[in-house]
Write a protein that binds this ligand. Sequence first.
Ligand SMILES: C[S@@+](CC[C@H](N)C(=O)[O-])C[C@H]1O[C@@H](n2cnc3c(N)ncnc32)[C@H](O)[C@@H]1O
Length: 251
Amino acid sequence: MNPVTDDPSNDFFFEAYDRENIAYGMQPSPELAAYLKQTASAESSRSARPQAIDLGAGAGRDTLALAAAGYDVTSVDVSERGLDRIRERAERANLSDRVKTLVCDVRELSMDADCYSAVIATTVLDHIPGTDAPAVWKKMCAALTSQGMLYTQVHTTEDPGSDQSPGKESDQPVSETAGAVINYFRPNQLVGWACEADSRLRVLRYEERLEWDTTHGAPHQHGKAVLLAVRQDFHPDWFGQPAAFPRSETS
Ligand SMILES: C[S@@+](CC[C@H](N)C(=O)[O-])C[C@H]1O[C@@H](n2cnc3c(N)ncnc32)[C@H](O)[C@@H]1O
């Protein structure tokens, strides 16, 4: 019995994931999708399936993209309803054998060092207190293999739901789920973590931006920081996003 999730009223995202039109839709995070597409042939040539972990996986839009790209994925979330929907979606896509779900708070999760080729955390480091986020970040970095990729998104103080400037002065509409975001990242904070020597990362892409979200509730704006990085000595085929001089589909 999990006291956090067995009572739907304790699951902040229950209603968002219970809907027929599931919150956040099925499109994976765009930078992650671009990375998976560009590195697909290298991943498929590995003898064993690469392992991925999706922290705060929600209803699984990134999990499903990773599984379709050939990863074995562990999807971690405190929302049992979100994980139900992931299993449903995986079944429908014939990817059940590649997806494992785990109800767990990311702060309690233990991950072995050097074990995941992909570590994903799409808007979860901002759902935990700022005092806890650095420890989760450290675990994420340690868990990455020497040929690993790390993808993270967080809400920033530009978000109209933020109680800090400049977001708090914004007159743009706020997300229906903004109440779950308790740790808005400051400008350059996430990339600062990625550039620390202990993180042992090489940044492929970092962006702070405003974006419109029409995937749930009324259309609203977000302030986001988006980071795509790899282990420091790893040099995959990454041509950017949008890809510079993309190869044709046939080459
Ligand atoms: C904004 S949603 C993002 C879902 C998914 N990553 C996506 O982008 O579609 C944030 C998710 O983080 C989960 N979450 C929040 N705090 C968490 C925690 N401490 N441990 C694990 N999951 C958590 C929520 O249940 C929710 O599913």
